[in-house]
Design a protein around this ligand. Structure first.
Ligand code: MIG
Length: 748
């Protein structure tokens, strides 16, 4: 066995573990890792091959042991064959583990195992259901040595093969087990002084989050519905008439003719071009769903051209794989091949040229209801049973449940040279390659930022797309569950994520919708979406009183846009999450490590959403600063001051508790109906004890001109002087004219 170590830079080291005769990984992960040619940091490996430790400048950063080339008993079931590698990372019993992407469990991951295999759970998922739509084989350990509370480490397992993580569970309470089927394990050990630095260093490795158009930060409204052009435009007009801000509307699968992607249902959408124009005149952006399955139908252009260019995934016999989805029998693009991506880009370009602003990639795990072969096989088995009269062992329900998954196992991809690649190796990359293809369609459009919403994903997807967390339910539980999911996506390098606000499955109750619209207003991606056949959940749906509150929070979102856009820019520049677990801002405060019903929005705001029905008061924990020092927290609504520690605060339906951290502040603007309208004034709202710095970023919000320095970045400094308050603006980059004509310091 060999362990090979290659320093990537002063914070990251790459390890390869393999049996004698292997050299290097044959990976399909489309990320190119940049190695620093002159790493001055002293990296060492110490110990023997059974148990070794990585040392950085003489300091232990990660002991690894139990290396084995067999499937461990906690490894993935059902896939015994092939070469396995497993090992454990000794993190210590006290350690806390975060990250691992989109998981429907708690923020801290101890005591469970997690699988990386992009999966559509087929309807709303349950608490702790695993795996889900995306795979992020990255975790952050807090306190790896168990001694120093502010010690952090990141581990990224660079494999798209299904990988299992056992977090301080069956492999031992002091370790994280990693197991997968490969000949050569490749992992990156990521160091940094703080948890933020680890996430930043991880983001640098796998790709910085993309800079989205500003409208991505507005309120978005969606509904899986069979509405027509008229209904859709009515909806748009209603938002404007009611002066409830909204930046984007979505068209789900029913806009298409017979669910055929890149078509329009001509009865319901007879003039899409004119409709898009009208939406644009009202300052709306339009996002259309695009599923990967292509209906197998001669005469349907995407099918014909796909056949001609040989772009589809094959089955074991070398035929185009056929699986069933919404349109019926479908074939599936093999995005791994460049020619497929070119073809896909051309198809998407047609939508963009028509005026569509964003593309919504659903079902891209990929999800397949069932494969043709599975059905044929079942039919022949049933036939046999009919003939012999022996029905024993026929469990139709479990047959159907296995269908989707089993059919995936028969998919065959091809790489550049036309070589056959089993689906298992690249399954987790399907959405990533699809997003690459979609992105290139946007790149053709003159100087426009892309908007790609994806359900599935893998590390690196953040540089192409934003992520929503799939099919949740309109329940209080699901709203609560969405917080650790979104926070851990942020920890895992995907800062721009959100859940379906109001809940997807089931009818939302009025109070829940209001509370969810409040929570969504302060999370990165703010889209209201719900399933076909469920109650409508527009902000005005449940009477005037609730409409007023809902509107107030959607407007709060727009008032917060200068802050949110600045945070978005920083997440793009540095990889730092927008919404952060409390511990990320208050690392020395041990109470913060398990809190998942509060979070920080940037450095300045603590959000304590109300997650239970009928709560007029809520318990809030307000963290202590680094040296255990109590600080003042300022109530966003009343201006009242609270000290660090446990507090009970007012949370009647019109109040979602928000606090401003001591010596922090945020830039605000007037609310506008859509981000296409620029506000005129900038307000600074803060909690001043000594000195506050408030950074502000601004650019044109649409093009890539910011890459050439056409942006504004500055910092307002506010200080208390004897008896008065002084403010000054320090400009870091003045490549773009700020939107404001006036700056107002906000007193309560
Ligand atoms: O099989 O397009 O998660 O957001 O509305 C369901 C219909 C397919 C699943 C997505 C959901 C979307 C729905 N889709």
């Amino acid at each position: 066995m060999t362990v090979k170590a290659d320093p990537v830079n002063s914070n990251v080291i790459k390890l390869n573990i393999f049996q004698e005769d292997e050299n290097g990984v044959d990976s399909f992960i489309p990320i190119s890792f940049e190695f620093d040619s002159e790493v001055s940091t002293r990296w060492e490996l110490e110990g023997d091959l059974q148990c070794f430790t990585v040392l950085k400048e003489g300091k232990e950063v990660g002991p690894f042991e139990d290396i084995s080339f067999e499937r461990p008993d906690w490894g993935r079931k059902g896939t015994q064959e092939g070469n396995w590698i497993s090992l454990s990372h000794k993190v210590g019993e006290q350690a806390k583990v975060y990250g691992l992407g989109e998981k429907a469990g708690s923020l801290e991951k101890t005591g469970r195992s997690y699988e990386m295999w992009n999966t559509d759970p087929g309807g709303s998922y349950k608490h702790n259901e695993d795996p889900l739509y995306s795979s992020f084989p990255f975790y952050l350990v807090a306190c790896p040595s168990g001694k120093d509370s502010s010690d952090f480490l990141g581990v990224y397992v660079n494999h798209s093969e299904p990988t299992k993580f056992d977090v301080k569970y069956r492999c031992g309470k002091d370790r994280v087990g990693i197991a997968l089927k490969t000949n050569c394990l490749e992992l990156f050990v990521i160091t940094g002084e703080t948890s933020k630095e680890i996430v930043e260093n991880y983001a640098k490795l796998t790709g910085k989050p993309c800079m989205l158009p500003k409208w991505a930060l507005g309120y978005h409204h969606s509904k899986w519905s069979s509405w027509d052009e008229g209904d859709f435009l009515q909806l748009a007009k209603k938002f404007r008439r009611k002066e409830i801000p909204c930046d984007a509307l979505y068209l789900d699968i029913h806009y298409m003719d017979d669910f055929k992607v890149f078509t329009w249902d001509e009865d319901r959408f007879p003039s899409p071009e004119a409709m898009v124009e009208e939406l644009h005149e009202m300052d709306f952006n339009l996002v259309n769903i695009v599923d990967p399955g292509i209906k197998k139908e001669i005469g349907y252009e995407p099918y014909d051209s796909g056949i001609e260019r040989d772009v589809f995934v094959k089955d074991e016999d070398g035929e185009d794989f056929v699986g069933v989805l919404w349109p019926g029998s479908c074939v599936f693009p093999d995005f791994l091949m460049e020619r497929t991506r070119e073809w896909w880009s051309e198809l998407n370009r047609d939508l963009l040229e028509l005026g569509v602003d964003g593309i919504w990639n659903d079902m891209n795990e990929p999800a397949i209801f069932f494969g043709k072969k599975q059905v044929e096989d079942l039919i022949s088995r049933v036939q046999e049973m009919l003939e012999t009269g022996d029905y024993e062992g026929l469990d139709l329900r479990s047959e159907f449940e296995k269908f989707g998954k089993e059919s995936l196992g028969t998919l065959v991809h091809r790489d550049k040279g036309g070589e056959r690649i089993t689906h298992e190796r690249v399954h987790n990359l399907y959405a990533f390659y699809e997003a690459m293809a979609t992105k290139s369609a946007f790149e053709e459009a003159p100087n426009k930022r892309s908007f790609i919403l994806t359900r599935a994903g893998f590390p690196g997807i953040q540089s192409l797309a934003l992520k929503w967390t799939g099919d949740n339910s309109s329940t209080w539980d699901h709203m609560e569950m969405s917080i650790p999911m979104i926070l851990n996506l942020g920890v895992s390098g995907v800062p721009f994520a959100g859940a379906d606000v109001g809940g997807f499955d089931g009818d939302v109750e009025p109070e829940l919708l209001t509370r969810w619209l409040q929570l969504g207003a302060v999370l990165p991606y703010y889209r209201n979406h719900s399933a076909l056949g469920t109650a409508d959940q527009e902000p005005w749906r449940f009477g005037e009183e609730l409409e007023r509150i809902n509107k107030k929070y959607i407007r709060l979102r727009y008032r917060l846009l200068p802050y949110l856009y600045t945070l978005h820019y920083f997440s793009h520049r540095d990889g730092v999450p927008i919404a952060r677990p409390l511990f990320m801002e208050f690392e020395a405060d041990q109470s913060c490590y398990h809190i998942q019903d509060e979070f920080m929005l940037g450095e300045a705001l603590l959000i304590a959403p109300v997650l239970r029905k009928g709560r007029d008061e809520r318990h809030v924990y307000l963290p202590y600063e680094s040296n255990g020092k109590s600080i003042e927290w300022k109530d966003w609504w009343t201006g009242g001051k609270y000290k660090s520690g446990h507090q009970v605060v007012n949370s009647t339906l019109k109040t979602m508790p928000i606090f401003i951290r001591e010596d922090s502040g945020v830039p605000l603007a007037e609310s506008v109906d859509s981000t296409k309208k620029e506000p005129e004034k900038l307000f600074l709202k803060y909690n001043l004890e000594n000195e506050v710095s408030i950074p502000v970023y601004h650019d044109d919000g649409r093009t890539r001109a910011y890459e050439d320095g056409e942006y504004f970045l500055g910092e307002f400094r506010i200080r208390k002087t004897s008896g008065s308050v002084e403010s000054a603006l320090e400009v870091e980059n003045d490549g773009f004219e700020p939107f404001w004509h006036e700056v107002i310091l906000k007193k309560d």
